[in-house]
Design a protein around this ligand. Structure first.
Ligand code: NAD
Length: 489
């Protein structure tokens, strides 16, 4: 059992009001792995007030050198605790070994130094020269300033990645933060709080309020007038609610939402079998990734061949062993998510798609929240399993007629988060890449995921970008200052 976790409020690790706690459930077998602080409205109010004070009354937003030095200490402590993040990714999130070494743990920890280097070298003030307007000659400067108090609201699928990718850049920009992790993964968030104290981060700059509550605490945080910006990752439905609430006071929102990303395999691809088999990567972390490829578009003439290759690939996936460093698939986060995925599989069957393999709960893993690697063939893009985010190990194979048809199908989605194309002809692949409306795109397996690369979506996949220069600037405001030129002595 893990020790009970605490909230971080105003630099202190404390229990929630009335010492409330709630059980943290292992996705692998439904057992309790420990208890988390169950933060309530009072705790939230105090967290917001502390963040507000740290922003308004200290030099955190303005002393860039001191702040970055403080964050470098924090980064060192975070990295020194790599094993604890990895253990939580496995035990709390259900992340299998192969993901712990990537997005579940090592990748976000590895991104921090780059973000801090970027902040350290950032041009906070730009001179845009003189101009004469209405007979006044003025010198103009553009200042970049921290946006203020940020509400960071995160989901359960890759909490270490998303918590770290919001908290570190926001703090580096000079903001102060109230982090509200998902109810399913409180310990990953609480660890960031605990280590902030160990690293000596100034009181109030980071506050962490974990809670069993799914929506009320988050909604109150978003609606609070002391919050200047909301940085949210999660479902599109919640993103719309947050945007509507924030619009009441025109608060800034950054939204990283769902996806239904398509990979197009062109008929000229060099190794058709190997490329098609890559579709089984939908099972990476049991499909609980917003940018996961969930629609595989194959030439209609080679549909059946592709399905036979995928069937074999899906059926050879070994999964469900938390001690394996190699496996790519663990369990789903919760029974609720398991039921949701099973419902979509039932919908796919009703819609007339061919269930090729999987589709149920594996008989030998009944105590966890597993769903078998599941493959649907003969899918049309109007089916719900092709349009809605399932967030499980479910791939749909959709046949297309030619390049124009493939682009039309890929773009025929409410989402626009990611996508891919495979071809031996780079010109043809680039022509497709230019026509796809998504925030990230991979050509022949190219990897866009990195700390210095902007990540986010078109359409209902979100607004704004995480990581890269664009991600850092989400946490900044722009002020244009003009003074007479030549300046009076
Ligand atoms: P969610 O959107 O309900 O929750 C995400 C976060 O928002 C959690 O911290 C939650 O407590 C908080 N929240 C919920 N309602 C809120 C409100 N009204 N105001 C403010 N905060 C609120 O997502 P979920 O329940 O964790 O998952 C549901 C679905 O979302 C998944 O099945 C999946 O389709 C999608 N999802 C997407 C991503 C992604 O990265 N794009 C990540 C996780 C889940």
């Amino acid at each position: 059992m893990y020790p009970n976790t605490k909230l971080l409020i105003d630099g202190e690790l404390r229990d929630a009001e009335n010492c409330a706690t709630y059980p943290d459930i292992s996705p692998w077998n439904g057992s309790e792995i420990g208890h988390a602080a169950d933060g309530g409205m009072e705790d939230l109010q105090e967290g917001i007030a502390a963040a507000r004070r740290a922003f308004d009354d200290t030099d955190w937003p303005t002393d860039h050198t001191k702040r970055i030095a403080s964050l470098r200490q924090y980064a060192d402590v975070l990295k020194a605790n790599r094993q604890r993040f990895a253990d939580l990714a496995r035990d709390e999130v259900g992340a299998p070994g192969a993901t712990v070494f990537s997005a579940a743990c090592d990748a976000p920890l590895g991104m921090i130094d780059g973000w801090l280097d970027f902040a350290e070298g950032y041009e906070w003030e730009q001179d845009i020269g003189t101009a004469e307007m209405f007979g006044f000659k003025s010198r103009r400067k553009v200042w970049k300033e921290a946006v203020g108090v940020v509400a960071a609201i995160t989901p359960w699928n890759v909490p270490n990645q998303i918590n770290i990718a919001k908290v570190l850049p926001a703090l580096a920009a000079g903001c102060t933060v109230v982090l509200k992790p998902a109810p399913e993964t409180p310990m990953c968030g609480a660890l960031l709080g605990e280590l902030a104290v160990e690293a000596g981060l100034p009181a109030g700059v980071l506050n962490v309020v974990t809670s069993a509550d799914a929506a009320t605490i988050g909604a109150a945080l978003v609606a609070d007038p002391r919050i200047d910006a909301i940085s949210f990752t999660g479902s599109t439905a919640t993103g719309k609610t947050i945007m509507a609430s924030a619009s009441q006071r025109v608060a800034k929102v950054f939204l990283e939402l769902g996806g239904k990303s398509a990979s197009i395999i062109l008929d000229d691809v060099e190794d058709f079998a190997k490329t098609v088999a890559g579709g089984a990567m939908v099972c990476f972390h049991a499909g609980q990734g917003c940018a996961t490829i969930t629609r595989l578009l194959v030439p209609r003439t080679r549909h059946d061949e592709a399905v036979a290759i995928l069937k074999q690939a899906f059926e050879s996936i070994e999964y469900g062993d938390p001690s394996s460093p190699m496996q790519i698939m663990g369990s789903l986060i919760s029974e609720q998510q398991q039921q949701r995925v099973l419902e979509y599989i039932a919908i796919g069957k009703q819609e007339g798609a061919t269930l090729v393999t999987g589709g149920g709960i594996p008989a030998d893993k009944a105590e966890g929240f597993f769903v078998e690697p599941t493959l649907f063939a003969n899918v049309t893009n109007d089916m719900r399993i092709a349009r809605e985010e399932i967030f499980g190990p479910v791939l749909v194979v959709i046949p297309y007629d030619d390049d124009v048809d493939a682009v039309r199908i890929a773009n025929d989605s409410d989402y626009g988060l990611s996508g891919a194309v495979h071809s031996s002809n780079m010109e043809r692949a680039l022509a497709i890449a230019r026509r796809i409306r998504t925030g990230t795109f991979s050509i022949n397996g190219g990897m866009w995921y990195a700390g210095d690369a902007p990540f986010g979506g078109y359409k209902q996949s979100g607004i704004g970008r995480e990581s890269g220069a664009e991600g850092f600037e989400e946490y900044l405001e722009t002020k244009c200052v003009a003074m007479p030129e030549p300046s009076p002595a």
